[in-house]
Design a protein around this ligand. Structure first.
Ligand code: PMT
Length: 219
């Protein structure tokens, strides 16, 4: 019985890519469509939660009933998520945050010449790792998009970032991960595998994840 079972829960979810500018007309980003994060926001609000979605640039409409905060870069997502962290009970980070950004932003369109171009990149802040350091009683969920040694990498991220759960998508599988309507995920806690799900629509993955979070929080 799921109807309004998250009433009173304050849930923050991130979705989509971040976009890191090089100059006024160029940028680096990734293939995240936002579908996974938006599906979680929609499922949570349908189930009665008070939902904030911090979204990188996507082509999706903001979900009805959800407070949507649009951001562009990893730095912006960091600020908007950190500002809201203490006011939420559950944080789910489905966004594909750029790990690096160009070290220098060229204020004018960069001109080409005959030589090759080398760009320097610097690390962006790790939002989830910072939340893991600051967390008091919030329930923290990360995602991991992996192509090999999926369980090993996911559990490493869970421990390194002090998470309660991690959702590993094996993006080498057809119908999983970036820019598709379905996903293939396994959910891990510190004790190991919690649930392995078959290929499912991202909306069904969202509900299954919320079921697991609710089950653990309710004890
Ligand atoms: O948007 P879709 O097209 O629907 O695709 C969904 C998805 C594949 C993007 C999503 O399901 C997913 O897996 N998101 C995480 C992508 C990823 O590879 O994350 P990561 O392994 O780089 O990071 C691990 C976790 O740390 C993630 O929860 C991420 O949001 C977070 N992170 C990462 C880097 C950073 N600087 N700050 C972060 O908070």
């Amino acid at each position: 019985m799921r109807e309004k079972d998250l009433h009173g829960v304050r849930l923050l979810v991130t979705g989509g890519p971040t976009v890191e500018p090089i100059d006024p007309v160029r940028y680096v980003t990734n293939r995240s469509s936002g579908k996974m994060g938006y599906a979680i926001a929609e499922a949570a609000v349908r189930r009665g939660a008070d939902v904030t979605l911090v979204s990188g640039p996507t082509h999706l409409d903001p979900p009805a009933g959800v407070t949507t905060v649009q951001v562009t870069s990893a730095e912006e997502m960091y600020r908007e998520v950190l500002d809201r962290f203490e006011a939420h009970d559950i944080v789910i980070k489905a966004a594909a945050v750029a790990d690096y950004r160009p070290a220098h932003y060229a204020g004018h369109k960069m001109k080409k010449n005959d030589s090759s171009l080398v760009l320097e990149f610097v690390r962006t802040p790790d939002i989830l790792a910072e939340l893991g350091k600051r967390k008091s009683d919030q329930f923290l969920v990360g995602f991991a998009a992996e192509t090999n040694d999926v369980e090993q990498h996911a559990i490493h991220k869970l421990k390194q970032k002090n998470l309660d759960l991690i959702v590993a998508n094996d993006v080498s599988k057809p119908g999983a991960g970036f820019d598709v309507d379905t996903n293939v995920v396994s959910i891990y806690s510190r004790d190991g595998l919690v649930k392995e799900l078959p290929k499912m629509d991202k909306r069904a993955v969202a509900d299954a994840l919320l079921d697991e979070i609710k089950g653990i929080r309710d004890g």
